[in-house]
Design a protein around this ligand. Structure first.
Ligand SMILES: Nc1ncnc2c1ncn2[C@@H]1O[C@H](COP(=O)(O)OP(=O)(O)OP(=O)(O)O)[C@@H](O)[C@H]1O
Ligand SMILES: [Mg+2]
Length: 235
């Protein structure tokens, strides 16, 4: 469904952040994207979601290329939740994509309200998004992406800074979702809970990939990529 072929990307200033990445995501497949700081996870997600123009290589969604196609079908939560907050209240912010696509305000707020409830954050509905705590902002931006109902979720550290219960609610939500998910995270335990497969990025290249939990029990592979055993396997 989603195909990344030999993707390369150099940031202005000359840093080569992606060095020939190949990735295929099938319908409904959940893939974890892991790797040390600076390995290229966020850069890859920005490409997949059509937020960055392809310099070299190819990305296609159901055989079609172009940033517009990707933006329409892939919902991205940014690593920095401040990058995506737009509206004066949380409920308006979460409902934004719905009203923008022509739904009336009442229905869009009802739908957004249901999403807030399912994530346990109904109490935030009338708060100002930019005055929320870091974790609250993150879960609100996740709610906003869910509201737009994209075919694929591209999630950049969706549980960073969340309290244990909020983290668990997000994990359960992702497990039960029938959508394809690309989940960039340092939380290998969450990756195992949510994803059937993982790819490890190292210096802009895919250095290993495999099924979960198997791949994350391999100490040698983890060490070679500056990663550690998930908590559940460490003593
Ligand atoms: N705007 C930028 N300009 C120049 N270099 C950048 C820019 N953004 C990222 N980089 C560099 O590109 C590389 C990949 O960064 P990226 O943010 O994709 O890593 P990451 O795997 O998401 O890291 P983290 O785990 O810290 O989120 C890093 O070396 C980073 O310093
Ligand atoms: Mg990142």
């Amino acid at each position: 469904m989603l195909e990344v072929v030999n993707l390369r990307y150099e940031y202005p200033g000359g840093h080569e952040a992606l060095r020939g990445v190949n990735l295929r995501v099938n319908d409904g497949e959940k893939i974890a994207l892991v790797g040390a700081n600076g390995s290229g996870k966020s850069t890859l997600l920005l490409h997949i979601a059509g937020a960055v123009d392809v310099q070299e290589g190819k990305i296609s969604f159901r055989g079609r290329e172009g940033a517009d196609v990707l933006r329409k079908n892939i919902g991205l939560t940014f690593q920095n939740a401040d990058d995506e907050i737009l509206m004066p209240t949380v409920i308006e912010d979460v409902a934004f994509s719905l009203t923008a696509s022509g739904m009336n305000v009442q229905s869009s707020h009802e739908k957004a309200g249901k999403i807030l409830a399912s994530l346990g954050i109904s109490h935030l509905a009338s708060r100002q998004p930019h005055k929320l705590s870091g974790g609250e902002k993150r879960i609100v931006s996740f709610a906003g992406v869910l509201a737009s109902n994209p075919e694929v979720l591209a999630l950049d550290e969706p549980t960073a800074g969340l309290d244990p219960k909020a983290r668990r609610r997000v994990i359960n939500f992702l497990r039960e979702s029938g959508k394809a998910i690309i989940l960039a995270t340092h939380d290998l335990d969450m990756a195992i809970d949510v994803c059937e497969r993982a790819v490890i990025l190292h210096d802009g290249e895919i250095s290993a990939e495999g099924l979960l939990p198997g791949l994350f029990t391999d100490k040698n592979i983890l060490e070679a990529n500056n990663l550690e055993l998930p908590l559940r396997y460490s003593v």
